[in-house]
Design a protein around this ligand. Structure first.
Ligand code: MLT
Length: 206
């Protein structure tokens, strides 16, 4: 797999920055490789950024895996796409000399769900993961012991798509992989709020 398999952007850390952190940004349905750059900068302005575009098109809208209807995922495709994206990440780590021990995945909605799927399947190792408005991507999966990732899940109390209960269920599934999970609920729906950015910044600083 080469990095050309995914349309993507890689933005190195600002000149002279000492940070080795790279944010892997995974957008939501209808987004692209540019969608979360501003969010990434707001979370950590010094970090390098790797931001791929999902390869699945739903009525022209990019996503990271197929769904059968709102909230009903094609789980065979979730698994296949998780491996495909995991291979891209491995190629990008080599090509851009990314320090994997300082890799933080930041996913929103569909992007959070493919990130969670990669972690549950053991397809990629993220020391840290920030999952905004995440759902359970795979109903049945034998969670693979991961390398003790630290995860922040930020859900919306009034989210009609990523219901709060799915956040609780996903937290338990990730804990079963050995991850440490902080689960928070914003006074919000599916949209992100400034409080999400502040919570992510605070959490990353711990
Ligand atoms: C979406 O519309 O992207 C859903 O909220 C999540 C998903 O389909 O993965």
């Amino acid at each position: 797999m080469s990095t050309t398999e995914f349309i993507h952007r890689f933005l190195p850390a600002a000149d002279g920055q000492k940070t080795e952190r790279t944010l892997l940004l995974l957008h939501g349905t209808g987004g692209n490789e540019n969608d979360l750059i501003e969010l990434g900068r707001a979370i950590d302005s010094d970090a390098a950024i790797l931001s791929p575009r999902g390869r699945v098109l739903e009525n022209g809208s990019p996503r990271f895996f197929r769904r059968l209807s709102e909230g009903v995922f094609d789980e065979a495709d979730v698994i296949a796409r998780a491996h495909q994206l995991g291979d891209f990440i491995k190629s990008a780590v080599t090509e851009y000399r990314i320090a994997t021990q300082h890799l933080v995945v930041v996913g929103y909605s569909n992007g959070a769900n493919i990130a969670a799927a990669m972690m549950l399947l053991g397809v990629a190792e993220f020391p840290r993961a920030i999952l905004f408005r995440a759902m359970v991507p795979l109903a049945k999966v034998d969670p693979r012991p991961a390398q003790k990732a630290a995860v922040l899940i930020a859900e919306g109390q009034f989210d009609p798509i990523a219901h709060p209960d799915t956040g609780r269920q996903l937290a338990e599934m990730l804990r079963a992989t050995g991850a440490t999970v902080d689960l928070i609920f914003q006074s919000a729906g599916h949209e992100l709020t400034p409080n999400d950015v502040m919570a992510a910044r605070r959490w990353l600083a711990t």
